[in-house]
Design a protein around this ligand. Structure first.
Ligand SMILES: C[S@@+](CC[C@H](N)C(=O)[O-])C[C@H]1O[C@@H](n2cnc3c(N)ncnc32)[C@H](O)[C@@H]1O
Length: 290
């Protein structure tokens, strides 16, 4: 991220989860924390999308479409990652770029897990402000403020009590696109160095696609013409990876990819009707074990 303010994309994906709750992939997708983490002014667009009635005004319509599209992405992304986490848990869970992720608060499976939420300091402060009120987490949650572009992730995790020789599940969701290849590689070195036997890395990334770049430019232009705050303005995309390149990166750090699926495939398995198929086709989740 470019400036010292909380992530807006974290809010957009949280809005997507709030839209989906109880309406999409019921029985498979479940995130009651999302709505609670939103501020009043962020819930309006969510309520509108949940109502199914598109607003008339141009500005409201642009926001409506962004939040609606976010829900389509978030359902398969959340379910895919939750499944990988349930399939092979570890005593420690590190969520890299946690944003408004509610897993530590909503997943009973984590009751005995030490959870470390790593995020940009500004985003983390924002989350903690929002958390006043919701029920306490089921397991232990430690907040670890780190800017991946300048701070030492290894030092911060060690200081927070993360044990490098014990198995860890790592979730890296919705963050890789905002980091350069060098920053992704530097983060992988730390993940590798702090992953005891039995560790699992679940990484969500974007495959290269011209249409994705164009789509972002259009979304940005629409937000500007609608005089709305563009949630993507300070979080430009910096890296995309082919499945082959991601597999090689993970293998070079001792993680063998067991599964790498695109979000459209996962959405299909969930029986979801998807409007924005190309966008989901470019988002991927790789699950790799040590
Ligand atoms: C799209 S949000 C995803 C949040 C969360 N993982 C989720 O899926 O709900 C991107 C997250 O990456 C974090 N992020 C982006 N650049 C970062 C950086 N340089 N250092 C630390 N965190 C960063 C943001 O703070 C934000 O929480």
């Amino acid at each position: 991220m470019e400036i010292a303010e909380a992530s807006r994309t974290a809010v957009l994906v949280c809005q997507g989860r709030a839209v989906a709750q109880g309406r999409m992939a019921v029985g498979r997708f479940d995130d009651p924390t999302a709505m609670a983490l939103l501020r009043d002014d962020e819930r309006g667009a969510v309520d509108q999308v949940r109502s199914g009635v598109a607003p008339r005004g141009w500005g409201d319509r642009v926001e409506f479409e962004m939040v609606r599209a976010s829900a389509e992405v978030m359902v398969p992304r959340t379910v895919g990652i939750d499944d990988a986490l349930r399939e092979r848990g570890a005593p420690q869970l590190v969520i890299l770029g946690a944003g408004l992720d509610g897993r530590a608060w909503r997943m009973e499976e984590l009751a005995k897990t030490d959870v470390f939420e790593v995020d940009h300091p500004a985003s983390q402060r924002d989350k903690q402000d929002r958390m006043q009120g919701p029920p306490p987490p089921t397991g232990s949650v430690r907040f670890v403020p780190v800017d991946f572009t300048r701070d030492r992730l290894d030092v911060a995790l060690a200081a927070a009590g993360h044990r490098e020789s014990v198995a860890t599940t790592w979730i890296w969701e919705g963050v890789v696109p905002y980091l350069t290849r060098a920053e992704v590689e530097a983060t992988m070195r730390v993940v590798s160095g702090r992953s005891g036997p039995g560790s699992r890395l679940v990484v969500n990334y974007q495959a290269p696609a011209l249409i994705g770049t164009l789509g972002r430019l259009v979304a940005r232009g629409l937000a500007l013409t609608a005089r709305r705050r563009d949630p993507l303005a300070h979080e430009p995309r910096r890296s995309s990876w082919t499945p082959g390149a991601m597999g090689r990166l993970l293998a070079s750090h001792g993680f063998a990819v067991g599964e790498d699926r695109d979000l459209l495939t996962i959405a299909g398995d969930l029986g979801l009707q998807v409007k924005n198929q190309r966008s989901l086709g470019n988002g991927r989740i790789a699950v790799a074990d040590r």
